[in-house]
Structures are given as structure tokens and as C-alpha cells.
Design a protein around this ligand. Structure first.
Ligand code: PLP
Length: 239
């Protein structure tokens, strides 16, 4: 193995161990939690190595980086998640390679995604990004709809051609009542998820937890964790 592949393999093994212990501690099956590796800022060659190591779910947060990377890896059976704040002028590009958009946080974005998905002849899985620290009617600093906007947005995604409502996503807030309280934040997201599932039973994905707080997310009941740094290393710049 190359040095980089060895490094990625051992990082992956460590993350796998963390997820497995968190599942065991929570009395959950390991198979109920999916690892998504966030490859942002890292090259397509790393995505290839990760694929060789068994990774099938990858995530990106900027279309400029993601589009060429997805194209360079088009021969691989990968599921691409888009997890960044998304401007409507990037939607057409994102809809051409992303399988899932985890950062749907407003009606207008859902509408653009729907148009682009239909035009591309694709179905896009959508997660509603929830900003646990946002006030009613506002959006979070790092994107996301305020909790009281979930229901309405869910209804428009569920009705939109080309879109599939799959569940909820959050990033642990840095400010507000949940700052430093990841476990409480993720438990709150799980409450919103069970409310959502009452109206949309198939929307059962809960994406929460990153390198620093994946244990808290697994404990709270997340179905998907998004891990970048712990697998690929500290990013050279903020991404
Ligand atoms: C970068 C990023 C992650 C991964 O963060 P790490 O701390 O590197 O694990 C997860 N989710 C989103 C939305 C991100 O932008």
C-alpha cells in the first residue's frame, strides 16, 4: 500500500472502532449507522483510495470542488452527498452528480432542485437541514431552517417532482442554548425526526455528528455520521 493509503486505512479503522463502541454503548446495531466520509478539500485520488478501502458514501460542501471530483470518480460506485450551503445558481451542477442534498433549508432551493432533477432525469434524496439555534423564520449562520419551518418545507419537498424527502440533518450549533451541548442538540433533532416521520414515514434518515462529536450523535440515535478530519486529516484551510 502507498503511504497515503496506509494512513487512510488506519484512520478509517480508528473511526470504525469509535462508531462500533458508540453503537455498543447505546445498545444499537452497528449496521444502523452509516459512515459518510467528508472529502472536501482533499483530491480525487483520496476518494479513489477510500473507495478501495471500502468507502461508498462521500460528501462535499462546495460545488466548485465537488463537480470535477465527482467527474474524476464517475467510474466508481459511490453515493455523493452534498452538505454545504447551496446557492440556487449552483443547483443545476449539483443535481448532475449528487445523489443526496443534505442542506435543503428553504422553499426556493427545493423548487430549484426539483426543476434541475427533473431536467436531469434524476431523483434527488433530500434532507432538511435544521438550524437548532435559529429563531422562527430565520436561517442559521451555517445554513438550516428554524425548527418551526420543518413541517412546511417537508411538505413542499414531498410534493416536488424529482425530489425524495429522506429526513433531517444538523450541524451542532456553536452559539445559543445548544453551544457545547452536542448530545442535547442531537436529541432535539431526533424529536423533530419522530414528528416528521409521523407525517412522512419514509423520511427516517437523521444525519448528525462529525469527527468531534460522532459518539454523541450515535447515542442520540443518528443514522448517518459525517466524518472528515478524523479520516483524511486536518484540512489545510477552512472548508
Ligand atoms: C466539513 C463538514 C463535516 C465534517 O467535519 P469534520 O469535523 O472534518 O469531521 C460534516 N458536516 C458538514 C456539513 C461539513 O461541512
Amino acid at each position: 500500500m502507498t503511504d497515503r493509503k496506509t494512513e487512510l486505512a488506519s484512520n478509517l479503522a480508528r473511526v470504525e472502532e469509535r462508531i462500533a463502541s458508540a453503537c455498543a454503548a447505546a445498545g444499537r446495531e452497528r449496521a444502523d449507522v452509516t459512515l459518510i466520509v467528508v472529502t472536501k478539500t482533499y483530491p480525487a485520488s483520496d476518494v479513489r483510495l477510500l473507495h478501495e478501502l471500502g468507502v461508498r458514501e462521500v460528501a462535499e460542501n462546495r460545488d466548485q470542488d465537488a463537480a470535477p471530483k465527482a467527474a474524476a470518480c464517475a467510474d466508481l460506485d459511490l453515493t455523493w452527498h452534498f452538505v454545504g450551503q447551496l446557492q440556487t445558481n449552483k443547483v443545476r451542477s449539483v443535481a448532475s452528480y449528487a445523489d443526496m442534498v443534505q442542506s435543503v433549508d428553504r422553499d426556493k432551493l427545493a423548487g430549484s432542485l426539483s426543476t434541475a432533477a427533473v431536467r436531469a432525469g434524476r431523483e434527488l434524496g433530500c434532507l432538511i437541514q435544521v438550524a437548532l439555534d435559529a429563531e422562527s423564520g430565520e436561517r442559521g449562520e451555517r445554513g438550516g431552517v428554524a425548527p418551526d419551518g420543518i413541517e412546511e418545507l417537508a411538505a413542499s419537498i414531498a410534493e416536488a417532482p424529482g425530489l425524495r424527502l429522506d429526513g433531517l440533518m444538523t450541524v451542532a450549533p456553536l452559539a445559543g442554548e445548544y453551544a457545547g451541548r452536542q448530545r442535547a442538540a442531537f436529541e432535539r433533532l431526533l424529536e423533530f425526526s419522530s414528528r416528521l416521520r409521523a407525517a412522512h414515514p419514509a423520511a427516517n434518515m437523521v444525519s448528525a455528528g462529525m469527527s468531534a462529536d460522532l459518539e454523541e450523535a450515535v447515542a442520540a440515535g443518528a443514522t448517518h455520521v459525517r466524518v472528515g478530519t478524523a479520516v483524511l486529516g486536518v484540512r489545510p484551510r477552512l472548508g
